[in-house]
Design a protein around this ligand. Structure first.
Ligand code: SF4
Ligand code: SF4
Length: 1002
C-alpha cells in the first residue's frame, strides 16, 4: 500500500517536476537545461536503497578516526591515550592553509593514537585516533548555536565552518571554509547544489534531500550569504522526484515565512535528464549554465561554486546548532544486503557494523566497494571505518559480480572518446599511460579526467582504462612531489649561500671599519707626532725643549693600556657577580684588581697630562725662537719642517677623503648618523685647510729665508751649503706643487667639475713660486761660487759653525745653545734608545704593510706610503735626538775628566755665531751621521716606492685582464677593482715623482 502510494507519488512528482522544468524552459524561451558531451546510461539500481527511510545508525562501540579525512594537511592530535572525550569535542586541530579539524564522534575514552589502515584507494595506513564508548549516554560538546546566524559576521560564519571541520561530502573532502572564501579571489554569480547523484546505487543525497529539505535550503542561504551569488540552482536528476517535490515545498515554505527576510538570491530547482555523469561538477555546470570550466580550471573561474547536499546540511548544523561534522549519511546497498537503506552514521564507525544493519545475505559479500560501481574502489576489509567522504557501501553478491573480464587489445573503435564527458581522447591517454609516457599524457590533459569510468564502461575490449589513468596520475604526482622537494632543496641551498655571502660581507664591512678606525687613529697619531715634531723642531733654538712626540705617544699608549686593563678587570668582576658562582674571596680579589687598575689609570692620566702641559708650555718659547735662530744663524727653515708639514697636510687630506667616503656610504645606504658624519667632514676639511695654510706659510718663510741667504751671499757673505740645499728643496717642492696644480686643473677640465678659475689661479701662483725659487737658487749658487773664489777658509768655518748650531738644535737636543756643557743623564739616553727602537719597529711594520698591499693590489697604497714616510721621519728624529744626547753625555764625561787636555783647540766660530767650543768635533760627526741617515732613508723610500709602483702596475694589469674575461655577473665588482687599482697606481707614481724630486734636490 505504502509502496504503491510512493510509486504514485514518484510518478506524479516526476511528471510535475518534468512539466515544471519544461514550463520554465518554455517560459524563458530558451532551453534551461543544456547538454554535455558524451555520457552513458548505466542501470541505476537506486531503487534498492531509496525506498527505505533514512535512519540513524546505533552508536558504535568504538570509532576509528583518521586524521586525514580531507584534502590538505592532516590534522594534529590534541588528545592523549586514556583521555575522556565528549561527542563533538575537538581531538585534532587543522594545520596549514588547507586542512580540517577532527572531532570525537562518540563519548568515550581515547584508547589508541596509531597508524591504521584507512579507506583509501591506496590501501595505506594513516594515523588514527581510536575512541571507545564508555556508556550509553551521548554527551555533547557543541559549539555555540547560532539560530539567528544572519546577525553573525561573514568572517565568523566562515570560521565556524572551519572550527566544525566541515568538508565536501561529495568529492575529495575539500574544506568548506576555504571554499567559502572564494569571493576574495573570484566574482561568483551562481551557487549550485549538486543534487544530481548520478552514480548508480547511491541514494544518500536523495534521502538527505527528502528527509531534510528545510535544512538544505537554510544551508544554501548561509553559503549564499558568504558568496553573494545572483542565483542558487539546485541541479537534480529527474530520477529523484520525491526530492524535487520536497525541495520545492521547502522553498515555497521559506518564501511564505514572513518572519524571515526575503531571499536575496533567485533560488530554483532545476531538473536535469538522467545521464551519467551529470553529477560531475563540470558537467552539471555545463548542464545548468552552459559554461565550460577551462582545462585544469575551477568552477570559480566561470563564476560558479558547487556544493553537495550532505555538505550543505553539515553547514546548516554547524552554524545553527553548533554541531561539528561527526556524522554523515551513508547508503548501504548492493545485492548482498537483504535490507539496503541509508543510515546517518557516526564517523569512524566500522563498515562491518554498518553492513550488519543492512542484513548481509547468507551467500556473503563477494565484493565490497566504497562509493558507487563507477567511481568507487574495492575494500579489502570491512573493519575499516567510514570517513567524511564515505557516501556509499556497495556490497555485491557473488551472482552480481561478473567473472573478471580479460583485457583485450584496443581496437581503436573510438567508443571511449564518444562517451568521455571531459572530451578527452581516452585511447591516447591509455597508450601514454601504458607506455609510461607521462609527459604526453599530461599534454593530452590527463589532469582533466574525472575518473568517471564512462570510457571503461563502453570499451568493448574490456580495458580498465581508469586504472591506467589512476596509475599515471599517481606517477605524475610522485614526480611533481620530487621536483618540488628538489626545488625546495635548491631554494634552501641558494638561501644558505646568500646568507653566508651576506654574513661574509658584513664581516668584511666590519673589518673595513676597524681598519679605517685604525688608519684614522694612525693618521691622528701621525698628525700629533708631526705637530709635536714641528714644535720640537721650532723649539730647537729654545733652551727648554718640550717632551718629544714619542714620549707623548708613549704616555698616551700607557693611558690606553691602563684604561683597557680597567675595563677588563671591571668586566671580570661583573661576570663573577652575575654568575653567582664565585666565592667571596674570588670576588674580593677581582675587586682589588679593579681598584689597582683604577690607580694605574689615574697615574697614567697624570703622567700624560704633565707631559702634555710641558709640551704646550714649551711651544710659546719655541714660537719666539725663529727670530733669534734666524738672527743667530741666518739659515732658512729646514727642509725637515716642510716635509713634516707636508705629511700633516697629506694626513689631513686622507682624513677628508675618508670622512667624505663614510658620509657617502651612509647617504647611499640610508644608515648611520648622517649629521654627525657631515660634521666630521666639515671638521676634516677645516683641519686640511689649516694644514695647507701652515704648509704655505712655512714654504713662504723658507723661500724668504733662502732669498735672504742669497742676498747675504751676494753682499759678500759666503752661502753655506745648507742654504743651497734648502733652496734646492724649495725649488723641488715648488716644482711638485706646479705639477699637482696642473693635474688638478686638467682633471677638472676633463670632468667639467670643480672651480676651474680657482684652479687656474693656483697653477699661475705655483708657477710664480717655482720661478722665484729657481731665481733664488741660481743667485745663491752664483754667490757661493764667487765667495769661494775670494775666501774659502773662513767661509768654510762659518758655514760649519752655522750648520752645526742649526742642526744640533733641529735634532732637539736638550742642551741649550747658550749652555753648551749640560750633559744628558744616562736615564734619558736609555729612554731615547727605547724610543729609537720603537720607531724602528714602526718603520718595519709600515714597510711590511706597504709590501703586502703592493703585492695584493688591495688597500690604500697612498695611505700606507704616508704612514711609512711618517714612521721613517719619526725614526730619523729619534736617531738625531739619541745622537745629540749621546754627544752631550760624552762631552760631560770628558769635561769631568779634564777634556781640555785631551781635545785639540777648535777653530774659532764666525763672528755672530754661538758656537760650542770644544764640542765642535763631536757635533760635526753627528751632522755627518744625520746626513747619512737622511740619504739612506731617502734611498730606501725611493726603492720602496719604486717597488710599490711596479706592484701597482701588476695589480692593475691583472684586474684589467680579469675584467675583460668576466661574465656579466661579476662585471660590476671587477670594474670597481680596476678603478681602485688604477687610482693606486696613480698615487704610487705621484709618490715616486715626489721622492725622485727630493733625490734630485739632494
Ligand atoms: S573504447 Fe576501448 S577499444 Fe575502443 S578505442 Fe577506446 S580503448 Fe580502444
Ligand atoms: S574516466 Fe576520464 S577519460 Fe574516461 S570517460 Fe571519464 S573523464 Fe573521460
Amino acid at each position: 500500500m505504502v509502496l504503491s502510494l510512493l510509486k504514485s507519488m514518484v510518478t506524479s512528482s516526476r511528471s510535475a517536476a518534468t512539466a515544471e522544468a519544461e514550463h520554465t524552459q518554455k517560459g524563458q524561451g530558451a532551453p534551461r537545461v543544456f547538454d554535455f558531451h558524451g555520457g552513458i546510461h548505466p542501470p541505476e539500481h537506486k531503487a534498492l536503497s531509496n525506498r527505505a527511510p533514512l535512519v540513524a545508525a546505533p552508536l558504535p562501540h568504538e570509532v576509528v578516526l583518521p586524521l586525514s579525512q580531507h584534502i590538505g594537511a592532516p590534522a594534529q592530535p590534541l588528545v592523549e591515550i586514556g583521555q575522556r572525550v565528549k561527542t563533538g569535542e575537538l581531538i585534532a586541530r587543522a594545520q596549514g592553509m588547507i586542512s580540517a579539524p577532527v572531532h570525537a564522534s562518540i563519548t568515550g575514552v581515547v584508547t589508541a593514537i596509531e597508524p591504521r589502515q584507512i579507506p583509501h584507494v591506496s590501501g595505506l595506513e594513516d594515523l588514527c585516533i581510536v575512541i571507545e564508548r564508555d556508556g550509553e549516554i551521548d554527551e555533547w560538546a557543541r559549539l555555540e548555536a547560532w539560530r539567528d546566524w544572519r546577525q553573525q559576521e561573514a568572517q565568523d560564519l566562515i570560521q565556524r565552518l572551519q572550527d566544525a571541520g566541515v568538508v565536501g561530502q561529495g568529492g575529495a573532502g575539500f574544506p568548506s571554509a576555504v571554499k567559502a572564501r572564494v569571493r576574495e579571489r573570484h566574482a561568483i554569480d551562481t551557487l549550485i547544489l549538486n543534487a544530481a547523484e548520478c552514480e548508480p546505487y547511491i541514494t544518500a543525497d536523495d534521502l538527505t534531500m527528502r528527509t531534510h529539505p528545510e535544512a538544505l535550503i537554510e544551508g544554501l542561504e548561509i553559503l549564499a550569504s558568504l558568496i553573494g551569488p545572483e542565483c542558487i540552482l539546485i541541479g537534480i536528476e529527474d530520477n529523484k522526484p520525491e526530492a524535487v517535490i520536497a525541495l520545492e515545498q521547502a522553498i515555497r515554505a521559506r518564501r511564505a515565512d514572513k518572519r524571515l527576510p526575503p531571499l536575496d538570491s533567485r533560488l530554483e530547482v532545476v531538473v536535469v535528464p538522467t545521464k551519467y555523469p551529470s553529477g560531475g561538477e563540470k558537467q552539471l555546470i555545463k548542464l545548468l549554465t552552459d559554461r565550460e570550466v577551462p582545462s585544469r580550471g575551477l568552477p570559480a573561474d566561470v563564476g560558479v561554486v558547487v556544493h553537495n547536499p550532505g555538505t550543505v546540511r553539515a553547514v546548516q548544523r554547524a552554524v545553527c546548532f553548533g554541531e561539528p561534522m561527526i556524522s554523515r549519511v551513508v547508503t548501504l546497498t548492493g545485492e548482498a544486503l537483504q535490507h539496503p537503506h541509508n543510515v546517518e552514521a557516526r564517523l569512524g564507525t566500522a563498515i562491518g557494523d554498518l553492513l550488519r544493519l543492512a542484513a548481509p545475505s547468507a551467500s556473503g559479500i563477494a565484493r565490497l566497494v566504497m562509493g558507487g560501481p563507477m567511481m568507487g574502489f574495492t575494500l579489502e576489509s570491512d573493519a575499516l571505518p567510514i570517513i567524511k567522504t564515505t557516501n556509499c557501501l556497495l556490497a555485491s553478491s557473488p551472482e552480481a559480480v561478473p567473472a573478471p573480464a580479460v583485457e583485450q587489445p584496443c581496437i581503436r573503435c573510438g567508443m571511449c572518446e564518444q562517451a568521455c564527458p571531459a572530451e578527452l581522447l581516452p585511447q591516447q591517454l591509455y597508450w601514454f599511460s601504458k607506455s609510461r609516457e607521462f609527459d604526453k599524457a599530461e599534454l593530452y590533459n590527463l589532469a582533466d579526467c574525472i575518473e568517471c569510468g564512462a570510457c571503461s564502461y563502453v570499451c568493448p575490449s574490456q580495458i580498465p582504462l581508469v586504472q591506467y589513468y589512476r596509475f599515471a596520475k599517481g606517477e605524475i604526482r610522485t614526480a611533481q612531489h620530487e621536483a618540488r622537494k628538489s626545488e625546495r632543496a635548491r631554494h634552501r641551498f641558494e638561501f644558505k649561500q646568500a646568507r653566508m655571502a651576506r654574513e661574509e660581507a658584513e664581516k668584511e664591512a666590519k673589518r673595513q671599519q676597524r681598519a679605517q678606525a685604525a688608519q684614522k687613529a694612525a693618521a691622528a697619531r701621525a698628525e700629533t707626532a708631526t705637530a709635536a715634531d714641528t714644535t720640537s723642531t721650532a723649539s730647537a733654538a729654545a733652551p727648554s725643549a718640550p717632551a718629544a712626540a714619542t714620549d707623548l705617544k708613549a704616555f698616551k699608549t700607557a693611558r690606553a693600556a691602563a684604561n683597557i686593563a680597567l675595563k677588563k678587570a671591571e668586566k671580570a668582576l661583573k661576570a663573577a657577580q652575575d654568575s653567582g658562582e664565585s666565592s667571596a674571596s674570588d670576588l674580593a680579589a677581582l675587586d682589588a684588581n679593579v681598584t689597582a687598575a683604577k690607580t694605574r689609570l689615574a697615574s697614567a692620566e697624570s703622567a700624560l697630562k704633565a707631559a702634555s702641559e710641558a709640551s704646550e708650555s714649551a711651544a710659546p718659547a719655541a714660537a719666539g725662537a725663529p727670530t733669534a735662530n734666524t738672527a743667530t744663524t741666518g739659515a732658512a727653515t729646514p727642509a725637515a719642517d716642510l716635509k713634516a708639514l707636508k705629511t700633516a697636510r697629506a694626513a689631513a687630506n686622507i682624513a677628508v677623503k675618508k670622512a667624505e667616503k663614510a658620509l657617502k656610504t651612509a647617504q647611499d645606504s640610508g644608515e648611520g648618523d648622517i649629521p654627525a658624519l657631515e660634521s666630521s667632514v666639515t671638521d676634516a676639511k677645516a683641519r686640511l685647510a689649516k694644514a695647507e695654510a701652515d704648509l704655505k706659510a712655512a714654504s713662504e718663510a723658507s723661500e724668504s729665508a733662502a732669498s735672504a741667504a742669497a742676498s747675504t751671499s751676494a753682499t759678500g757673505a759666503a752661502a753655506p751649503a745648507a742654504d743651497l740645499k734648502a733652496l734646492k728643496t724649495v725649488r723641488a717642492a715648488a716644482n711638485i706643487a706646479v705639477k699637482k696644480a696642473e693635474k688638478a686643473l686638467k682633471t677638472a677640465q676633463d670632468s667639467g667639475e670643480g672651480d676651474i678659475p680657482a684652479l687656474e689661479a693656483s697653477v699661475t701662483d705655483a708657477k710664480a713660486r717655482l720661478a722665484k725659487a729657481e731665481g733664488d737658487l741660481k743667485a745663491a749658487t752664483d754667490a757661493a761660487g764667487a765667495a769661494q773664489g775670494t775666501d774659502k777658509g773662513p767661509v768654510a768655518s762659518a758655514a760649519a759653525g752655522s750648520a752645526q748650531t742649526t742642526d744640533t738644535g733641529a735634532a732637539g737636543s736638550s742642551a741649550g745653545a747658550a749652555a753648551p756643557a749640560a750633559a744628558a743623564p744616562s736615564a734619558d739616553i736609555k729612554a731615547l734608545k727605547t724610543a729609537r727602537a720603537a720607531a724602528n719597529i714602526a718603520v718595519k711594520k709600515a714597510e711590511k704593510a706597504l709590501a703586502r698591499a703592493s703585492e695584493s693590489g688591495e688597500g690604500d697604497i697612498e695611505d700606507l706610503q704616508t704612514l711609512l714616510a711618517t714612521a721613517q721621519e719619526n725614526l730619523r728624529a729619534a736617531e738625531v735626538r739619541l745622537n745629540s744626547a749621546q754627544a752631550g753625555s760624552t762631552d760631560a764625561t770628558l769635561a769631568t775628566k779634564g777634556a781640555g787636555e785631551l781635545i785639540p783647540e777648535a777653530p774659532k766660530p764666525a763672528a755672530g755665531s754661538v758656537g760650542r767650543g770644544s764640542m765642535a768635533s763631536n757635533v760635526t760627526l753627528s751632522q755627518a751621521e744625520i746626513e747619512a741617515s737622511r740619504a739612506e732613508n731617502l734611498a730606501k723610500r725611493h726603492k720602496q716606492v719604486s717597488i710599490a709602483v711596479k706592484a701597482a702596475e701588476a695589480a692593475h694589469r691583472k684586474a684589467e685582464a680579469a675584467l675583460s674575461e668576466t661574465d656579466d655577473e661579476n662585471r660590476q665588482r671587477l670594474a670597481t677593482k680596476v678603478d681602485r687599482t688604477r687610482r693606486n697606481l696613480e698615487h704610487a707614481r705621484e709618490s715616486l715623482a715626489e721622492v725622485q724630486a727630493l733625490v734630485d734636490a739632494q
